[in-house]
Ligand binder design. Structure first.
Ligand SMILES: *Cc1c(COP(=O)(O)O)cnc(C)c1O
Length: 233
């Protein structure tokens, strides 16, 4: 680093990490024979203050992800003057669904009918992904693969929800690409019900190249860009 570059961005490497991930996305897209422009990168800013979001906006980021309502709501309020797209990616409680829909543009974690019921009565139309559980553990978030069509049919019938596609987190202890191949198959099932619900939200800091190889259109990348959590969080 040259001595004249002393801004906070340079000092903590945010700009460098963002550039590295953007290059990694381009490389993985090319390796998969895909147009990098067809892949949207969401920067996950959970545990980080609004100030980090402002710095990322200066670096050209537009899509942000948050996973906990009690943290996301005040943070997004502080940034209300910026024209950003907010993605809610965490587990969602039915009682919080309407409040989350008020400040989120996209909800990635619709995984049961009671959430659909809560969201369809919200004041505005929201874009949504159905979260799929790729593990055998029913306590993990996401609808079981066997119940995908009934839930997708229910979401498609809801007035105020626009179904974008499917979302998942790769299970621990499995080669991520194998898990993402199952998500791609789930996406094909949903597309048979709604040809335009063709998006795939998959890929985090450690596995986004594998997700891109299996067709991910929306990446959710946190720590590879934001760095470690601030102390004490
Ligand atoms: C935190 C989180 C991410 C980002 O994870 P990193 O490993 O920090 O990139 C993506 N998706 C979900 C659902 C998350 O909770």
């Amino acid at each position: 680093m040259s001595a004249s570059r002393t801004s906070a961005e340079e000092m903590d490497g945010l700009e460098t990490r963002l550039a590295a991930v953007r290059a990694g996305v381009r490389d993985a897209a090319r390796a998969a024979g895909r147009d990098p422009g067809s892949i949207r990168m969401i920067v996950v800013t959970k545990f980080h203050p609004a100030q980090l979001v402002r710095r990322l906006v200066e670096l050209g980021v537009h899509d942000f992800g948050e996973s906990r309502h009690q943290e996301a709501q005040p943070k997004i309020q502080q940034l209300a003057e910026l024209d950003l797209t907010w993605h809610f990616i965490g587990q969602l409680q039915r009682k919080k669904a309407k409040a989350v829909a008020a400040y989120s543009d996209v909800i990635h974690s619709v995984d049961r009918e009671s959430l659909v019921t809560a969201l369809e009565s919200s004041a505005r139309t929201i874009d949504a992904f159905i979260q799929v559980n790729l593990t055998a553990d029913p306590d993990r978030g996401g609808v079981p693969l066997a119940e995908l069509e009934p839930l997708a049919t229910r979401v498609l019938a809801a007035d105020r929800i626009n179904l974008l596609g499917v979302m998942a987190v790769a299970p621990l202890g499995e080669e991520p690409r194998r898990a993402f191949a199952r998500l791609r198959a789930a996406s094909e099932r949903v597309r048979r019900l709604s040809a335009t619900s063709d998006a795939i939200s998959a890929g985090m800091s450690q596995d986004y190249p594998q997700a891109i190889a299996e067709g991910a259109t929306h990446l959710r990348i946190g720590s590879a860009i934001t760095g470690n959590r601030p102390p004490g969080r």
